[in-house]
Ligand binder design. Structure first.
Ligand SMILES: C[S@@+](CC[C@H](N)C(=O)[O-])C[C@H]1O[C@@H](n2cnc3c(N)ncnc32)[C@H](O)[C@@H]1O
Length: 382
């Protein structure tokens, strides 16, 4: 069957089947206003791969991740928007609070280790940002550490870009020039990440929805820090819940999970407790949040002075400020995956999350930006 390109995608049984297979295999829910675009993508796939719609659907149902139909779909449906130092509030929290804390605690050990996983890493900017922070914080002691920095994504093209490590100015739009020049070398088509940072990172294919994890053999377990930012906004709530449960199991006790500001996940995530430091929200494995001094209790309603060097944080649940004024989604808008409609489940969840935060903490977070000391005893959950 060939698909006429002039009629809007009606929700015929085949269309519904196709959309449900997409969600089943990738987690991505195609919002109503993106169906036309999605339909054009499928038509293009049928044309390019010389197959019928039935053939396309059959391949999508049964094929592995390397099949051209699946690859074409993933490439067309995912939004890879990302950049270095995305979300100023979270980066400040990692740089000034959490990483110094963990370095202080582990650094005195014989063979200190740190395991970081950028799940949905796209083209790698997120993971390389962590590598830059660690490089600067550890200085000459870097070589004493075993650092495992893993990046995973469903999109092989994005992973190939991450592995190559060459970026254009667009990726550096929130990176101070001096940092770019310290960690990257100019090449013909942009800036190449320096070999020392590249050597710290590994990128591999992983589908958050259908692949199993934690998985020891792939170093996707026992993580101290997981970043899974700006991907849940495209998933159904049911899928988010399932993925969150697997991510929770992939953390060490006291390990933390950062989501994107717009991911709009309920604060009642399974196995996880919501905590925050200032306006940086994160999840911690529930049992460790209960038993550790980093307790998820409600903050006192006092406003602490903002220390030097810690940027002012935006209102709870709002845009993460700085360059990320879109609420964490950057330029994701307008693409199949990125344009969450005003009333999409993702947005509704984000609104509910924001309201809950505001009910707990008021419009501006009361303990915003305390001094950049170890987080013990200073974290609170909603
Ligand atoms: C908007 S980017 C976010 C990149 C980065 N985490 C950030 O916040 O800047 C979303 C990424 O999620 C990936 N993605 C979508 N569905 C996925 C899935 N089921 N498993 C793994 N990655 C997925 C896409 O390929 C894309 O690279």
């Amino acid at each position: 069957m060939t698909i006429p390109t002039h009629t809007p995608l009606a929700d015929s049984p085949l269309d519904l089947l196709l959309l449900s297979i997409v969600t089943e295999r990738t987690g991505i829910v195609v919002p109503p206003h993106q169906k036309e675009r999605f339909r054009l993508l499928v038509a293009e796939g049928c044309r390019k791969l010389a197959t019928t719609l039935e053939g396309y659907i059959a391949a999508l149902t049964t094929s592995g991740r390397d099949h051209p139909v699946f690859r074409h779909l993933v490439e067309g449906i995912t939004i890879n928007e990302t950049y270095f130092f995305r979300d100023e509030t979270q980066i400040a929290f990692l740089r000034d609070v959490w990483l110094p804390h963990i370095i202080h605690r582990r650094g005195t050990g014989e063979q200190p280790t740190l395991q970081v996983w950028s799940a949905a890493s796209s083209s790698g900017e997120e993971l390389y940002t962590i590598a830059m922070l660690l490089h600067d914080l550890l200085g000459e002691t870097l070589n004493q550490w075993t650092l495992r920095l893993m990046g995973t994504d469903i999109d092989d093209d994005a992973l190939a870009k991450a592995q190559r490590g060459v970026y254009t100015n667009w990726s550096f739009r929130c990176t101070p020039e001096k940092d770019r020049d310290r960690h990257f070398q100019p090449v013909q088509d942009g800036f190449a990440v320096c070999p020392a940072l590249k050597a710290l990172t590994t990128f591999q294919h992983l589908n958050l929805v259908t692949d199993s994890f934690p998985v020891v053999t792939r170093d996707l377990w026992n993580c101290d820090l997981i970043l899974c930012r700006n991907v849940f906004i495209y998933f159904s709530q049911d899928v988010v819940r399932r993925v969150l449960a697997k991510l929770a199991e992939s953390l060490v006790p006291e390990g933390i999970l950062l989501l994107g500001a717009s991911d709009g996940v309920s604060d009642e995530a399974p196995g996880l407790a919501l905590c925050h430091h200032g306006n940086a929200f994160y999840f911690m494995r529930a049992e460790s949040a209960l038993h550790s001094p980093v307790s998820p209790k409600r903050p006192a309603r006092t406003v602490a002075p903002r220390p030097r060097g810690v940027p002012r944080a935006p209102a709870a649940g709002a845009s993460s400020g700085g360059c990320d004024r879109s609420g964490g989604r950057g330029n994701d808008r307008g693409h199949t995956q990125g344009a969450a409609p005003r009333h999409s489940p993702g947005r509704r969840r984000a609104r509910r999350f924001r309201h809950r935060m505001e009910r707990h903490y008021g419009r501006s977070c009361p303990c915003a930006a305390r001094s950049p000391e170890p987080p013990d005893g200073r974290h609170h959950s909603g």
